[in-house]
Design a protein around this ligand. Structure first.
Ligand SMILES: CC(C)(C)[C@H](NC(=O)Nc1cc(F)cc(F)c1)C(=O)N(CC(=O)NO)CC1CCCC1
Ligand SMILES: [Zn+2]
Length: 187
C-alpha cells in the first residue's frame, strides 16, 4: 500500500517534469498504480488508517508524486454533507485534459497545500472556477466531465502536477493575497 514514504517531496526533479501520456490499454502495472493511488486517498481519509499509517488526509494525488512520470491522477473528494455516504468525486483519470474553462476565476480562502510540500506557503492560488475535463478511465473509456468550485480546484491542482507545476508557482510572492477584482473566494 502507498504511504507517505512513497510520496516524493519538493526539490525532487520528477515533480518538475512534464509527465508522459499513457498508451491505452493500460498495462497491468499502470492499472495497479491507479488503484493504489485511489486506495491511498481513501485510507488517508479513514481516521483509523490515517492514524495507524500516519497519512495526511488527501483529496487528490498525481503519479509524478510517486516518482512515476505518467499522466495518471486520482481524486477522492468527500461529499460536503457528512451523512451522505458516497463521495462527490472518486475516480482515477488517465491523460486528463482541460478542454474548456470559465472566464471566472476562483481560489480557496485558506490557500492550498500539497502532499509533496512539507511547509506552509500562504497566499491565494487563482484557478478557473469551472472546468470541462476530458479523460480516460482505467478501462479506456473516454469521459467528459464538468466540475466547479472545490472539485474544479482539486483537479486543476492535480493536472498541474502532471505538467510539472506546483501550487506555489501561482502565488504572487510580492503580494500573496492579491486578487484581481472578480476572483471568487471559495470557503
Ligand atoms: C495537501 C493536503 C492539505 C493534504 C490537501 N488536503 C486538503 O486540502 N484538504 C482535505 C483533505 C482531506 F483528506 C479531505 C478533505 F475534504 C480536504 C490535499 O490532499 N491536496 C492534494 C495534493 O496535494 N495533491 O497533489 C492539496 C489540495 C490543495 C487544493 C486542492 C488539493
Ligand atoms: Zn499536490
Amino acid at each position: 500500500m502507498i504511504t507517505m514514504d512513497d510520496i516524493i517531496r519538493e526539490g525532487h526533479p520528477t515533480l518538475r517534469q512534464v509527465a508522459e501520456e499513457v498508451a491505452l490499454p493500460l498495462t497491468d502495472e499502470e492499472r495497479q498504480l491507479g488503484d493504489d493511488m485511489l486506495t491511498f486517498l481513501k485510507n488517508s481519509q479513514d481516521p483509523e488508517m490515517a492514524e495507524k499509517y500516519e497519512l495526511r488526509g488527501g483529496v487528490g494525488l498525481a503519479a509524478p508524486q510517486l516518482n512515476v512520470s505518467k499522466r495518471i491522477i486520482a481524486l477522492h473528494v468527500p461529499n460536503n454533507d457528512p451523512d451522505a455516504s458516497a463521495p462527490s468525486l472518486s475516480t482515477v483519470m488517465v491523460n486528463p485534459k482541460i478542454i474548456s474553462h470559465s472566464v471566472q476565476d476562483a481560489c480557496l480562502k485558506d490557500g492550498e497545500g500539497c502532499l509533496s510540500v512539507d511547509r506552509d506557503v500562504p497566499g491565494y492560488v487563482v484557478r478557473h472556477l469551472r472546468v470541462t475535463v476530458s479523460y480516460f478511465d482505467m478501462d479506456g473509456q473516454q469521459h467528459k466531465l464538468k466540475l466547479k468550485d472545490y472539485e474544479a480546484i482539486v483537479i486543476q491542482h492535480e493536472i498541474d502536477h502532471i505538467n510539472g507545476v506546483m501550487f506555489f508557482d501561482h502565488i504572487d510572492d510580492s503580494n500573496p493575497y492579491a486578487v484581481k477584482n472578480d476572483v471568487i473566494i471559495i470557503e
